[in-house]
Design a protein around this ligand. Sequence first.
Ligand code: SF4
Length: 324
Amino acid sequence: MSPGTGCTSLIPISDLVRRLRERGAERVALQFPAGLARWAPGIATALRDAGFEVIVSGDPCYGACDLALDTLAHADVLVHFGHAPVEERPDVIYEPVRIDFDVTVLSRALPLLESRRVGLVTTVQHVHLVDAMAAYLGEHEIEAVAVPGDGRTPLRGQVLGCNFAAARATGADEILFVGTGVFHPTGVQLATRARVVALDPLTGEARSVDASRLVRRRAAVMAKAADATSFGIIVSTKSGQQRMDIARRLVALSDRAFLVAMREVSPAGMLDLGFACYVNTACPRLAYDDQIRFPVPVLAPPEFEILCGVRAWDDYAIDEYLSP
Ligand code: SF4
């Protein structure tokens, strides 16, 4: 499978054309996350050849929380690639991309599992394999519990970097995360306090997760924020990242705190505004992943609550964007 003009095997294009026609679309907006953007010319060509006017969003996109509504304003329907819905809209078609693997790779995780009953979670690219993974674990006398999360993670076993409801809902003392990267399994552990084993199904690497390193790093950021003379409480203007209710509650905790609306949470924007510290209510991952890029401490909401004395250290929590 390779991208480029005329290449459309990222998705079944005839199925997409059918769904667009069912909606009566004539003008179609396309939105891709960075890793899939190279498919834009091929899919745009195929849709144009099928009779649609096509406009491609060229803005950065990290999740279904960031729909290209500005681009949609010039079209009848937006097709958002790579992610499952965090909100359903009649004028948006979501095209999550499936990544397959041989579920026998779970054999790599078996020696690390200590329980006969484990929660099973993964990311949207692999969620179609949940039943096959559960069956494989069952063959090895391990009961796998995979359940939906909340309205933001409605698929069985699906977690997001901002939502671990499906892990919590398993009620399991041990959880197997199948997916890439370290952030999701760390978040699963902080959100559930369970033992967590992470398996990368593409490399076959399995490991026990230790979230304490992240907490130590965050404690150092909080220490730097303790003497801040002003706090900007960031509220995102992106469609699925707005948490004004939380931001207002945080502002009420300190007379040094002010609401700051941002579309892109950028180091330059922070410097321009000049607050000594920011609290991020936009994509929760920004505070954890991007602190190194930021010129001043950027706290997660639960960390600001600790700083303001309304939450105990023992109650340290990962920031989650949960469905109301
Ligand atoms: Fe992903 Fe962040 Fe959006 Fe959640 S808010 S879906 S973690 S980009």
